[in-house]
Design a binder for this molecule. Structure first.
Ligand SMILES: [Zn+2]
Length: 343
């Protein structure tokens, strides 16, 4: 049996249950601790899996239920990073945040997400995707007091991520995605070393490798930034040709309600394209027909077997019922278009 076209998937995070972390809040602190927290995380993964499966999502994930933040949730497991003495820095040229400092060579004392993927693999029969932060975005989320070179630090992270990714693949991950929102900001660095660092992180993988590049969660700093970008968002125009020439298999991008000209997708020739057909910056739940409309528009630039309907970004800041509704709309919209394609 061949896999149907338009396989649906999500960009990354999903809301956490209210008993695990404060809802509708980024970086929400855990409400449990110790072994109870570990069990709570596993139960939350079971819930988001069920939510995705009943909605009809084809390639499922753990919704990042085991992490508070998509970058620091990984960083906090590494040595060489000081989380006690934070520094205020400007993130993605957009907002100030207190971030950890790199104070020595970064190393990974032990595997970070092996248990998570082992558990996820055991809990579902569907293909699974696991997300990791990309090297450039990691560099951009801390203060570097040791390497004094964004490129050198990115390459050190890439080596660590590559070991992690190979282990996760061996444990059954079908897709490993690196989140690189920083690719939408630092175009010269993307060209000079960003794509090289990303390729190093994905080196030797035989499962699918993906990169997610977005305009961020629907938080105020991001919404204000988007207002400065003009009527057409052409940031992807600089990055996509570099990614098309790279060894990365899949590119996840934002399309729903965004000002991204869809013809830019044509620059990704030969790649799988994860088309964001769900807006994560609004509580309005898309209709299946809204989703179908985005998929149809994207099909002008990418073949059906390379198009994966997806969310624009993570949904962790949304209410659970909103997120569930959006998952159902995503799957239903893909089903409509699949029918139109005759299979
Ligand atoms: Zn995103």
């Amino acid at each position: 049996m061949t896999t149907p076209v338009l396989q649906t998937t999500i960009a990354g995070s999903l809301p956490k249950p209210a008993w695990l972390a404060t809802p509708q809040k980024l970086w929400a602190p855990w409400l449990l601790e110790g072994e109870v927290l570990a069990e709570g995380k596993r139960d939350a993964v079971r819930l988001v899996l069920r939510d995705q499966e009943t909605a009809g999502i084809d390639i499922v994930s753990d919704g990042e239920q085991t992490r508070r933040h998509f970058v620091t949730g990984y960083l906090e497991h590494l040595a060489g990073v000081d989380f006690k003495n934070t520094k205020k820095v400007r993130i993605r040229n957009r907002y100030d945040a207190d971030v950890p400092q790199v104070v020595a060579a970064v190393t990974r004392p032990q595997p970070v997400h092996s248990d998570d993927v082992r558990f996820l693999r055991a809990e579902t029969d569907r293909p699974i995707k696991f997300t990791l932060p990309g090297p450039m975005t990691m560099v951009d989320t801390l203060f570097d007091a040791h390497y004094r070179s964004r490129e050198k630090l990115a390459m050190a992270f890439a080596e660590i991520l590559n070991r992690e990714a190979r282990e996760l693949e061996a444990l059954g991950a079908n897709v490993i995605q690196f989140d690189e929102p920083a690719f939408n900001v630092y175009f010269d660095e993307v060209r000079d070393w960003g794509v090289a660092a990303l390729e190093k992180a994905a080196e030797g993988l035989s499962c699918k490798s993906a990169v997610h590049i977005c305009y961020g969660y629907g938080i105020k700093a991001n919404i204000d930034w988007k207002h400065t970008l003009g009527a057409e968002w052409r940031q992807y125009e600089q990055t996509f040709p570099l990614l098309a020439a790279s060894r990365i298999d899949q590119v996840s991008l934002e399309c729903a309600n965004s000002h991204v000209p869809l013809e830019l997708i044509a620059l990704l020739k030969g790649k799988d394209v994860l088309v964001g057909a769900i807006d994560v910056a609004t509580d309005r739940i898309e209709s299946p027909e809204d989703v179908a409309g985005v998929i149809r528009a994207a099909l002008k630039y990418v073949a059906p077997d390379h198009l994966y309907p997806c969310t624009n970004c993570g949904m962790v800041p949304l209410a659970r019922e909103v997120s569930s509704g959006k998952l159902r709309a995503l799957a239903a919209g893909a089903t409509i278009v699949r029918g139109e394609l005759g299979g």
